[in-house]
Ligand binder design. Structure first.
Ligand code: SF4
Ligand code: SF4
Length: 354
């Protein structure tokens, strides 16, 4: 299994996250994740940089333990999560920094609109880019025309946004994402809601039968939405993985932390985004991390999952778990959140139609 005088190392791009019942390896280079037993987590934490013979000497004292160790190493080598090198070389592998910063006041924004004329989009986009924002989601809460998409994308092209997604309801055929990207390379996603069918892959445009026109349609947590990257991990360890440096403007112009929050920090018609951000309380969710949240702090997925502070299991408790997550980290099972008996009171409180 191993070279003479060699030791094993976890690749620096692989990040370990312990959970209460099992753990996770995030492979940042492949954007993949692996759930692993907590005993494998302990092995990697304790023996990284040791030889396999040393591990066997200390842990493989009976045939059953030896079998398990052999399976663990076979898996870790097969998935290229660990590698072998000489002991002298190990000090040259500098650990990847897990800190997070970004040279921007705001990195991501959500604008909800009904009609384009309701908001001065050019002024909003100008303000957002001045704040450093590079990711924008535009939600159109009414059935829309194909020409509105082109108008919006043409407007976004004028500004330095790197990543724009559209949440729309359009009954006519849409071009493929690739066709749009020829003119608008910053377009990352179009979600077309209230459709008769579900489709994720065919054109790169997501069709869903769900009604996403309401502000409380957001906040769903499911494995499809996990982001197994170092950037997401680092932001999640240090800040809130949804609300850090986020700003939202609703259809009436109210400036909020996100579309699901009721608190307003002024109206875009008479308040600049910079003024709203400076108001007391605007940043209060930015540093609530998953390690502080009930249930999530025990969950192996906590640093690849996107948090939600707007809809909570216990409304009013800022450290309560996201309401729209059905994962149980104590038994490692996913359940339907919307029918869970313990969530009905909160579902009624937020008036969520499920
Ligand atoms: S806090 Fe929840 S509702 Fe608000 S943007 Fe994040 S996921 Fe959506
Ligand atoms: S329990 Fe918390 S961390 Fe785990 S998947 Fe659900 S919301 Fe994410």
């Amino acid at each position: 299994m191993s070279m003479k005088n060699s030791v094993f190392k976890l690749f620096s791009s692989c990040i370990l996250v312990p959970g209460i019942s099992r753990s996770l390896i995030i492979d940042d280079q492949r954007w993949k994740y692996y759930t692993i037993p907590n005993s494998m987590y302990a092995l990697l934490k304790t023996y990284d940089g040791c030889s396999i013979q040393e591990v066997i000497r200390k842990e493989g004292t009976d045939p059953e333990a030896l079998d398990i160790l052999s399976d663990y190493f076979a898996f870790l080598f097969e998935q290229e999560l660990i590698f072998e090198c000489s002991r002298e070389l190990t000090e040259h592998f500098v650990p990847v920094k897990k800190s997070f910063d970004h040279p921007a006041t705001i990195t991501n924004a959500i604008i909800s609109i009904e009609k384009l004329v309701d908001l001065d989009m050019a002024s909003i986009l100008l303000q957002l880019t001045a704040l450093g924002c590079y990711t924008l989601e535009i939600r159109i809460n009414r059935p829309t025309e194909r020409s509105t998409i082109s108008q919006l994308l043409t407007l976004c092209k004028t500004y330095e946004l790197e990543n724009v997604s559209l949440i729309i309801q359009l009954d006519a055929a849409i071009k493929t994402l690739e066709e749009y990207k020829k003119d608008f390379p910053f377009l990352s996603r179009i979600v077309n809601y209230n459709q008769a069918f579900e489709s994720r892959e065919v054109t790169g445009i997501i069709y869903t039968s769900k009604d996403l026109s309401k502000s409380n349609s957001c906040g769903l947590v499911q494995a499809d939405f996990f982001t197994p990257t170092l950037q997401h991990y680092a932001e999640s360890v240090n800040h809130n993985s949804c609300l850090n440096r986020k700003i939202a403007i609703d259809t009436g112009g109210a400036i909020r932390n996100c579309p699901g929050m009721t608190e307003s920090f002024g109206n875009i018609h008479d308040t600049t985004l910079e003024e709203a951000i400076a108001r007391p309380g605007f940043k209060k969710y930015w540093n609530i991390t998953k390690d502080q949240v009930t249930k999530c702090k025990d969950c192996e997925f906590r640093h690849i999952c996107t948090d939600c502070r707007a809809y909570l299991d216990t409304p009013g408790d800022a450290f309560s778990a996201p309401l729209k997550c059905g994962y149980d980290p104590y038994n490692c099972i996913w359940e339907e959140w919307s029918t869970h008996p313990l969530k009905q009171a909160a579902i009624n409180y937020y008036k969520i139609e499920v």
